[in-house]
Design a protein around this ligand. Structure first.
Ligand SMILES: [Mn+2]
Length: 311
């Protein structure tokens, strides 16, 4: 973190398809650099979810200029999409992340796969650095922690998480507004589509394996953006007895985004098998192949994992 003092101009970025943790981490880093008197820009490649966080309006598409110092948050540089070439040209790079498969290729790497959220790692780094936990830090860090713990429900919800959340709340983060924005506010069209989607859930092995596959046609018919449906997996996961849960979204013709959740089984290895990654019990992948073929292959591999074989 001391190295951040050395330079004056930064680009802050994160993975494509931003979530509360990646956005929270970017905003908190932006707020911290502002405290240090540095210039920073935040670049995103996809639409940003509407969260009530300070400076969120400052996020924008990456500009054509060159950046010598880049901070990559909540992913490895390769997962930043269109921003990746800029990172490759940078002189000094920083990486803060909690994903298992991050190879740590930046100049400075703060990777802690034990942490529930990248915002947890930043919380600790900023604490140690003596940062002022004003609203520009407290609100986004809190939002990131809430997002990546599923609202303090996932297995990664530790004592440290609660202590950090309590501290950030004391500094002004507002729990109910954060929860409302992340989990409880959806456009009507999306709620209607959810109703349709849930009728299409499929199961195998006495509901131990549960999946939902949504096609490009489905999204078009309901006029819904597939990137707004990532939380559907939480509903699929509610099926009693489910151990492996999979959400397939055909985000473009023959491009399928796969989300994996488990209750104990190592689905990270399943995600790796299909070119993805993530965490032990929450992972993802994206493949370029037709939806039906993808479902067949992934469900077969998941079945093997349930049966105790290598997927
Ligand atoms: Mn994260």
């Amino acid at each position: 973190m001391k190295a951040l003092q050395r330079y004056d101009d930064y680009l802050i970025c994160s993975h494509t398809n931003p979530d509360a943790d990646s956005i929270g981490a970017m905003l908190a880093m932006y707020g911290y650099l502002k405290q240090l008197g540095k210039h920073a820009e935040m670049a995103v490649t996809d639409p940003v979810p509407d969260l009530p966080l300070p400076n969120i309006g400052q996020m924008g598409p990456v500009s054509a200029r060159k950046y010598d110092h880049v901070i990559v948050l909540d992913c490895e540089p390769k997962r930043t999409g269109a921003i990746h070439p800029i990172i490759e040209k940078a002189i000094v790079t920083f990486n803060v992340d909690h994903h298992k498969d991050n190879p740590g290729t930046c100049t400075y790497n703060y990777i802690d796969t034990e942490q529930a959220a990248t915002c947890m790692i930043l919380y600790r780094l900023f604490k140690n650095a003596g940062a002022d936990f004003n609203l520009e830090l407290a609100q986004p860090l809190y939002a990131g922690i809430v997002g990546d713990t599923g609202g303090f429900r996932h297995a990664n919800t530790t004592t440290e998480v609660f202590l950090a959340a309590a501290d950030l709340t004391a500094q002004g983060a507002v729990p109910h507004l954060t929860a409302e924005a992340i989990f409880a506010t959806k456009p009507l069209q999306l709620i209607r589509f959810l109703g349709y989607a849930l009728t299409r859930i499929e199961t195998r092995h006495d509901n131990r394996l549960v999946w939902l596959a949504l096609s490009d046609q489905d999204f078009k018919r309901f006029n819904v953006d597939p990137s707004h449906c990532d939380q559907f997996i939480d509903y699929v996961r509610m099926v009693a007895g489910s151990e492996i849960v999979i959400l397939f979204r055909e985000i473009a013709p023959d491009v399928v985004r796969i989300g994996f959740r488990s209750r104990g089984l190592n689905i990270h290895q399943l995600a790796i098998k299909f070119g993805g990654g993530g965490h032990l019990m929450a992972a993802g992948a994206q493949v370029d192949s037709p939806l039906a073929d993808t479902v067949e292959q992934v469900v077969a591999a998941a079945s093997k994992l349930l049966e105790g074989d290598q997927p």
